[in-house]
Design a protein around this ligand. Structure first.
Ligand SMILES: [Zn+2]
Length: 399
């Protein structure tokens, strides 16, 4: 990597990353639009664009086939889908996947390792490594173009800068996911919570200019992420996390030790508690609740009335938490994600609950995030290692 520390070069790197993020988040943009958005002179942008075009990371005036590729005009700058590649890894309670994605965030190939015993971190990480190596094999065109890997994990706990974290739903305690995979793969690795990676990916995809997005990922528990309209495209982890706000109407005990947290009243935990008629004082380990939640989702989706009602009731409880978050953060859009968050009766419960309590958030501002976790993981890697100040253009160019 090129470690030049003169101020104009530093500024150029910052502006270059900002140009890449605009293109990544909006699909395509004209030179005039970019200059206006970033307060750049045409000559300043021209230098940056030349550098990015020379590195094959950006193309000009070419119609390229990408998911968000509608309406491109000659003169627009766009990200070249084949300009760089990243790996995306998802580690959640119900699925573990490893994927190869291009610079447009499209998954090209994917390996499902869900069959490997997820309660064993060593086995799971070894399976991830084997899948990653096979996707990035030197025989493939993209082997030498890999910019890094993103790992998206179903955690509501802290993630260290090195990528150490615990995953309660799998029973993992303080596993050095990022450091180990980084050492083994010889690539930079970023580890993010599922909520953070999803909110960033939704922002890039929905691209409603300047929208402030609050995302609530509801699996067993609740994870939140906030992405404001500051133009950086960086999520603010944990800001507005409603999981452990107590709901005074409930005595159910939370694993945090308090009673009535939305974590246990408006979540997958609430659904399982209700269907299994657990006592308020019962606190089974999260890992024991994953399988019953998966059964409940299938039952509700299949029309089982008790399951449908349990999801609707949990959603209506979560509506109170959504209302609190809306009052504090004033997001334009609220996304629901996760196996509970996306369940149809749960979503109906959230919308009905908002109406019932007279919330100011319009029901059509509640959206469902349909981005898969592994896509969000790839998007996180792109933002960390390609659309960033530290992108190694010389390496991409040489590849
Ligand atoms: Zn709690």
């Amino acid at each position: 990597m090129n470690h030049v520390h003169n101020p104009s070069s530093e500024l150029r790197r910052t502006n270059r990353a900002a140009v890449l993020r605009i293109l990544a988040n909006h699909g395509a943009a004209s030179r005039a639009e970019i200059c206006e958005a970033l307060n750049l002179t045409p000559a300043g942008l021209s230098r940056i664009a030349r550098e990015l075009i020379d590195a094959d990371l950006v193309v000009e005036g070419t119609v390229v086939n990408t998911r968000s590729g509608a309406g491109r005009r000659a003169g627009n700058l766009t990200i070249n889908p084949n300009g760089a590649f990243v790996l995306g890894v998802s580690i959640t309670a119900n699925r573990r996947n490893v994927a190869l994605a291009n610079a447009a965030g499209e998954v090209l190939e994917q390996i499902d390792i869900s069959g490997v015993d997820a309660s064993d971190p060593d086995k799971t990480l070894s399976a991830i490594l084997a899948a990653a190596k096979s996707l990035a094999s030197p025989q493939t065109d993209w082997g030498s173009w890999l910019a890094g890997a993103g790992v998206s994990v179903a955690t509501t706990g802290k993630i260290s800068p090195d990528g150490d974290t615990s995953i309660g739903v799998l029973g993992w305690r303080n596993v050095p996911i990022g450091r180990w995979l980084g050492d083994q793969l010889g690539l930079p690795v970023t580890v993010t919570s599922r909520a953070d990676s999803l909110v960033q990916a939704e922002f890039a995809k929905s691209a409603e200019a300047g929208a402030r997005i609050f995302l609530i990922n509801v699996g067993l528990g609740i994870g939140c992420a906030w992405l404001g309209a500051d133009g950086t495209g960086q999520p603010a982890p944990d800001l507005g996390n409603v999981a452990h706000i107590p709901n005074p109407v409930s005595d159910a005990i939370c694993h945090c030790g308090r009673r009535g947290c939305y974590q246990v009243t408006g979540s997958g935990i609430a659904v399982v508690r209700s269907l299994a008629a657990l006592a308020d004082d019962a606190t089974p380990p999260l890992a024991d609740l994953s399988a019953p939640l998966a059964v409940a989702v299938r039952a509700a989706d299949g029309g089982d009335l008790a399951a449908k009602s349990a999801f609707h009731a949990a959603g209506a409880e979560l509506a109170r938490a959504v209302d609190i978050a809306h009052n504090l953060l004033a997001p334009d859009l609220v996304y629901l994600a996760g196996e509970t968050g996306r369940q149809a009766d749960f979503v109906a419960g959230v919308r009905d609950g908002l109406t019932q309590i007279g919330a100011l958030l319009p029901p059509d501002a509640v959206r469902i995030s349909d981005i898969r976790t592994v896509e969000a993981a790839a998007s996180a890697a792109l933002h960390a290692f390609v659309f960033s100040r530290d992108v190694d253009l010389a390496r991409l160019k040489a590849a």
